[in-house]
Write a protein that binds this ligand. Sequence first.
Ligand code: ADP
Ligand code: MG
Length: 248
Amino acid sequence: MADVVLSIRDLQKIYSGGVHAVKGVTFDVHEGESVAIIGSSGSGKSTVLRCINRLIEPTDGVIELRGEQINTPVADVNQVRSRIGMVFQSFELFSHLKVLDNITLGLRHVRRMSKSKAEEVALEVLERVDMLERVEAYPGNLSGGQKQRVAIARALAMKPEVILFDEPTSALDPELIGSVLKTIRGLADEGMTMVIVTHEINFARDVADRIVYLDHGKVAEEGPSSIINEPKTERLQKFLSSINEESV
Ligand code: ADP
Ligand code: MG
């Protein structure tokens, strides 16, 4: 078995308003593995990713990156975020910066690269997401699919050990979803370690090595991608049939 990159154990999150969003979630992500997290809206998927990337602090539980606990007051948040990339539904690009500068920003300030070295890395990652032609464009002049590919390039530029995707195609028009899924599939094929929250069930089945199904803040079923075709629990069966009804 490949090395464990991320280990999440007994993760709990109670928001300050009292919502118990995550109720003891445990799973591992191995080197080179793609794990898809699926589940209804409100089941706690984003909360889990945001805890891993330390955008929010879990109420309880342990998150380890290569065996080292990262949810402690002494773990450096910037260090954690440079090792764990994140791609959001809403892209989160800087609208006042050109594509190239959106990517060089983190390289220069966090990685302390020279301008020329940062630009070299930026061009390399933009080529990987097929966005080399738009380096001088501003995000406002790109389609949603192009913006998301730039956001993926920005994550890749930091050479993260794992990338977390939170519904990367949910904000896109249907005709733009394919290009983004193709880019993510390419990364999976290259062996990038990834956690993908997605409603694209066929994509999850085809690309993910493992599926984690969250229901009301708990892992209700977990297994190889074959559980999409042969769910073991009634809850996952119901969830999958509700999704199928939506898409017909
Ligand atoms: P998902 O991504 O699966 O749709 P979330 O992790 O966003 O689910 O949300 C899980 C639960 O936590 C929901 O009930 C949601 O309303 C609640 N929640 C999410 N973010 C916050 C927040 N910042 N403050 C309070 N409650 C929140
Ligand atoms: Mg969410």
